[in-house]
Structures are given as C-alpha cells and as structure tokens.
Design a protein around this ligand. Structure first.
Ligand SMILES: [Zn+2]
Length: 282
C-alpha cells in the first residue's frame, strides 16, 4: 500500500465523493427511516460544528428520522423536528449498526468513531479517522441549510445537458476546477473529475469556456455515465476499465490506450490524465 503522496489527492485513500454519500443515503433509507433517537454519545466534541454537546442532545433526542436526502457531498438526515447535515470530509463515513450486529464490533467505540446516535433497534454512527468532516444541526430545512453548506450548485447526478451548458458558459477556470467547484456543480471531487475528463477525452487543464458544443456534450455524457455508474456501486469503482484503477500505480498506464499517465497540479490538486487520449491542444 502506498503512503499518501499528497494529502489533497486520492492517492491510495479514496476521499468520499457523491457516489459514496449516495451509497450511505440509500443504505440509511432502508435502515434508519422511521426510527426515534433515544440518546447521543459524543466521542469527539469537535465533530459537532454548530452546537454544544448538551444543545445537540436536547434538540435531537426524541426526534424521528424521515427519508434521508443528499445534495452533492452532503448527507441530509431530516427528522420530524430538526435536520442533521453531515459532511464526510476526507475520511468520514456514516453508517447504521443494527442492535443485533453490535456484538460483532470488537470494542464499544472503535477507533475513528466520533458520534453515536442510539435509535430504536440500533445505532447511527459517524466515523472519521482524520476528523475533518462534521455534523451540523438545523432547525428549518431550506432556511438555514445554505448557511451551513455554503452555496451549492445543482447536484451532479442527473444534471440535464441544458443546465450543464449554462453552468460552463464563460468560465475561464479549467474543466477540472469547474467540475470540482461545489458552487457550480455539487458532488464531484478529485477522482471523479479526473475520471470524467478521461472518459470525455478532454485535457483537465482546458478552460471550460474553450469547449466546443460537441466537447461540452461529450463531457456531459461522461459526467452522466460516470456519476450514475459509481452511484449504483456506492463508490468509485477501481475496476480495470476505470481510470481510478491506475491511481495507485507508479508508473501508471492508461487503461484505454496503455500510454503512460501524467500527473499535474491544477489549482492545488493532482490531476491524473492520459497524454494520448487527452491532448492539450486538440
Ligand atoms: Zn490513453
């Protein structure tokens, strides 16, 4: 296993992106919906971003979970009174552990666990090894959620072509930076943006505004296919037909044409791309 070369890149560690959060949302829709909060154990107070431990407990205990939602990389857990907003940061994960499965955990609070919300029949757990994610509590969905999440563009999953074309128009930033800008399109991170550029055969450093109508369509098709397929899996696949399969290799070969892949810095992030499939000046 390689050590992380770059804390911001997905080198060896998959940073959660839209598909991971979508997988969590689907799983919690089955396991958490309709359950009432019995008590809360805060193992690391830093995880609570806008409430003290006692405020958090007072507001959440007795609440009943509704259908989980997601926007971009944000997991939204509404209840009948308050809404929880969770961000996985670099290493976070939210999961439900049924009461019957609790015995399978080796300790009552495994390392990395930051928060345990005990509900009828099990526990909702937030684990985050690097503690860069967090949990927010909001009273009025739609009113104070944007103040917490910051401006979010439309969700990347299922974004229509017309909306995508409008979002890209006039943007001088690179294609990769634009795809990763949560205020433009919500949900894509380093790995997915590389995967999408590679599938569209577009160099990640091209200016978004320089794309032809045909190239924008190609990028949209790649975005749609990649986000859908990865969301079905609940993660970004590392199977041989995905660029992601080459991420941890050095030297790394393009899964499509076998040329040596390149890595370059684009606004502080490491882009992975193929010099043959993704020419700089087409
Ligand atoms: Zn290639």
């Amino acid at each position: 296993m390689h050590q992380s070369r770059d804390a911001n890149s997905a080198w060896s560690v998959a940073v959660p992106e839209l598909p991971d959060v979508e997988g969590q949302r689907r799983s919690l829709t089955i396991s958490l919906l309709g359950r009432t909060v019995l008590d809360v154990t805060v193992l690391d107070p830093r995880v609570l971003r806008n409430a003290t431990q006692s405020e958090f407990e007072q507001r959440l205990i007795g609440c009943r979970f509704g259908p989980p939602a997601r926007h971009g990389k944000w997991l939204i857990l509404p209840t009948d009174r308050v809404t929880l907003l969770l961000h996985n940061g670099m290493t976070g994960r939210v999961y439900f552990l049924a009461a019957g499965a609790l015995g399978s955990e080796t300790t009552a609070s495994p390392p990395g666990n930051r928060l345990i919300v005990r509900v009828e029949g099990g526990q909702l757990r937030f684990t985050d090894r690097r503690a860069l994610g967090g949990v927010w509590i909001a009273d009025h969905p739609g009113v104070d959620i944007v103040a917490i999440t910051g401006l979010q563009g439309p969700d990347a999953l299922g974004i229509p072509l017309g909306v995508f074309q409008t979002l890209l128009r006039g943007r001088r930033a690179t294609v990769k930076s634009t795809l990763m800008d949560q205020s433009v399109i919500a949900g894509l991170g380093n790995m997915l943006s590389d995967e999408i550029c590679w599938r569209a055969r577009l160099h990640p450093s091209r200016a978004a505004a320089s794309l032809s109508a045909e190239e924008t369509q190609k990028l949209h098709r790649a975005l749609r296919w990649t986000t859908r397929r990865a969301s079905e899996c609940g993660l970004i696949p590392r199977t041989p037909t995905w660029l992601s399969s080459a991420r941890d290799k050095d030297p790394a070969a393009c899964p499509r044409c076998k040329a040596g892949l390149r890595r370059s810095r684009i606004r502080g992030r490491t882009a992975l791309w193929c010099p043959r499939c993704q020419p700089d000046n087409p």
